[in-house]
Design a protein around this ligand. Structure first.
Ligand code: NAI
Length: 281
């Protein structure tokens, strides 16, 4: 993996909200560090429960004293308050909003897809997908979004293809990506863009909650020509999408996966399965 680049001021003068940083493994943690490096100021947010076991204070300090506003992304009152406070802290409406939130309740509790508990399933969809709609709605209602701003959400290729243990989260990501398109059309009238970044398997708290994660990680590593993309490289890519250089990109699912999504089978996988590469069978 190439080294992390030095800052280039790609986000100089920009202000935003970054959700989902729980600990240093979180994708949003790396994204906050990269956005800070590129000159952005932002409010950090996470679910109130994360204040008990998360490490957001440390990240706030590392990123120049970023304010923290706790908000449950499934609670509209919390979100209204989040954007009102963010505007106050940052001195006006936002240039960007990052949604990096996900949780699969049935997955966590080991319920198979055929036997989903629907109450948990709906909660999974709310936390992992509908919350993106809720966040954008709250930002718009609170006049908290600048024209020409950028909204970003994190997705996984389980939205398009079946990864057996990903289960209900595949449905959540499919909904998330659909919300990106539906909102993108409406937000485009104000020059605001919205995209999903479909990221490689990454060792985080949410990632580790998926059954067979290590196998999925190794499989993707063997298939992707560049190998799995880590959180730091994802953060660098996300920074470009928040910058003005991506001002005409919207409604997309953008793969940040070392080439995994364009592959079928690789030599490394053939060999792992006992096959021989480069010979007629
Ligand atoms: P993470 O566990 O560090 O982040 C998930 C975050 O969601 C946590 O900070 C958690 O507190 C927050 N959250 C959960 N419920 C919430 C609620 N009700 N309100 C507000 N925040 C809430 O894990 P990771 O991997 O950094 O996840 C970030 C995003 O990246 C998620 O959307 C995840 O699905 C996505 N993603 C992760 C991949 C992986 O392999 N780790 C691969 C592709 C996408």
């Amino acid at each position: 993996m190439a080294d992390t680049p030095a800052g280039h001021g790609l986000l100089a003068g920009k202000v935003g909200v970054i959700s989902g940083a729980l600990d240093p493994n979180s994708i949003a943690w790396a994204l906050a560090e990269a956005a800070h490096r590129e000159g952005a100021r932002f409010v950090l947010t996470n679910a109130p429960v994360a204040s008990r076991f998360g490490q957001l204070d440390e990240l706030a300090e590392k990123t120049g004293g970023s304010p923290i506003v706790y908000a449950d992304a499934t609670n509209d009152d919390d979100l209204d308050a989040l954007f009102a406070e963010a505007k106050e802290h940052l001195g006006g409406p936002l240039d960007f909003v990052v949604h990096s939130i996900g949780m699969g309740l049935n997955v966590r509790k080991g319920k198979p897809y055929e036997g989903l508990k629907y109450e948990w399933y709906l909660k999974t969809l709310d936390i992992s997908a509908v919350s993106l709609h809720r966040m954008v709605r709250a930002a718009l209602d609170g006049d908290a979004m600048k024209d020409g701003g950028s909204v970003l959400a994190m997705s996984f290729i389980g939205a398009q293809r079946i990864f057996s243990e990903y289960s209900e989260m595949g449905d959540a990501k499919a909904l998330l990506e659909s919300i990106v398109r539906s909102l993108g059309y409406r937000l485009g009238r104000r020059g605001i863009r919205i995209n999903a970044v479909s990221q490689s398997p990454t060792r985080t708290t949410a990632g580790g909650g998926i059954g067979g994660f290590d196998t999925l990680f190794d499989f993707a590593e063997k298939v992707a020509p560049l190998g799995n993309a880590d959180a730091a490289s994802c953060a660098d890519y996300c920074v470009t999408l928040l910058s003005d250089y991506a001002r005409m990109v919207t409604m997309q699912t953008l793969y940040h996966d070392g080439g995994f999504s364009a592959m079928g089978i690789s030599d490394a996988l053939v060999e792992q399965m006992g096959g021989t590469v480069g010979e007629d069978s």
